[in-house]
Design a protein around this ligand. Structure first.
Ligand SMILES: [Zn+2]
Length: 368
């Protein structure tokens, strides 16, 4: 039953990471242009920690020739309807998506093709909303306790900055400090699109002179090992997979390399990534991100994911979807630098589209 490693390597070279590296690609006969499809199923807008509006993201996808695009903001689908409208106008097929933080937040699962109106999914988004506000406040408290710079005011420095950042992107006038104070907490918290995320806090640390850049903010204070780190408390992965499936979607493990070192909250149960990955598949995981842009790809990641895949029963491995994703944020430091550019074999793409219940319309299809 055991596959030899060389066989594994060729199996996976054929299945995975085709878009990732020139050497991997050159090992295969160049696919005919009509044998590949351009999908990008993981992108962010300013509704979470992306830097652009959904309209801009969709516009860039259209320019890059992306045929199927998923907008997958963190724990929110606020920007999906705007993205859909723009996608319809630009001839891009939009897949409604979300990226859900599991447990203490190190594991992210994409829900693709989900119904934003599903009650359980809505409840999950709402509690994630409250949880992210609680967490941001707790991080700010920790930073103030550390006394490492000018005190940070949660509302004036963080929330108002987020509100104004959105307003500037939208072409609206920023709100001044006095007007913001009059508005009060609830109005401010409902005045921005999406979620407050750590990059927002990192920017405040730069503005306040704690650190030289946002990278330093993470390494010195708010990164997973930093003194001001506060984990999010999200649902378990079994709950997340159930909610995604009940909302009509498929569940895909995002950037698997972020959990190669098993997250602390799961380390008691799962000895290593292989064991955790098997548990995810047993719980109903439909796919895993595998086609990544060059800027995200490393040989080491490919090797580790391949090793985990080969420990799965063959049937499960065959069933699994290998998903193309840029994790585009319009930021230098997070995710791929561009949307799309992840051409994959048509039959692999067709498997994903079938799972999503998407049938490419045929021009000549007659009415029933
Ligand atoms: Zn992401």
């Amino acid at each position: 039953m055991k596959l030899k490693l060389s066989k594994l390597a060729s199996l996976l070279t054929a299945v995975l990471f085709l878009a990732a590296t020139a050497p991997a690609r050159s090992e295969l006969a160049p696919p005919a242009p009509d044998a590949v499809m351009n999908l990008d199923l993981h992108t962010h807008t300013y509704c979470s920690d992306g830097g652009e509006t959904p309209e801009t993201v969709v516009g860039k996808a259209a320019e890059a020739g992306v045929e199927f695009l998923a907008v997958t903001d963190h724990d929110t689908m606020t920007c999906v309807s705007r993205a859909k409208k723009e996608a319809d106008a630009k001839g891009v097929r939009l897949i409604a998506g979300i990226e859900i933080s599991v447990g203490a937040g190190s594991m992210h699962v994409l829900g693709l093709g989900v119904d934003a109106e599903n009650a359980a999914l809505k409840a999950l988004m709402e509690s994630a909303d409250h949880e992210r506000i609680r967490r941001a406040e707790a991080i700010v408290q920790k930073l103030n306790d550390l006394n490492a710079g000018k005190p940070i005011d949660f509302l004036a420095d963080l929330v108002l900055t987020k509100v104004n950042k959105n307003r500037v992107i939208d072409g609206a006038e920023p709100i001044g400090a006095e007007a913001a104070a009059e508005m009060g907490r609830e109005a401010l918290l409902s005045g921005f699109t999406g979620e407050i995320t750590r990059p927002d806090i990192a920017q405040v640390l730069v503005d306040k002179g704690y650190v030289a850049d946002t990278k330093e903010a993470f390494s010195k204070y708010i990164g997973n090992d930093g003194p001001a780190y506060v984990p999010v408390q999200g649902p378990s992965f079994t709950d997340v997979l159930d909610i995604i499936h009940n909302a009509g979607g498929i569940a895909v493990l995002a950037h698997p390399f972020t959990i190669f070192k098993v997250p602390a909250d799961l380390a008691k149960q799962y000895a290593d990534f292989d064991a955790l990955f098997r548990a995810l598949v047993e719980a109903g995981l439909d796919g895993v991100e595998a086609y990544q842009p060059q800027t995200q790809y490393t040989k080491d990641n490919e090797t580790k994911l391949s090793a985990a895949l080969i420990t799965l029963p063959e049937k499960a491995r065959r069933k699994l979807l290998y998903v193309p994703s840029s994790d585009y944020h319009a930021h230098e430091k997070i995710g791929g630098k561009n949307i799309g550019g992840l051409p994959m074999p048509k039959e692999e793409a067709a498997k994903i589209l079938r799972a999503l219940n998407i049938h490419k319309p045929r021009a000549a299809k007659s009415a029933k």
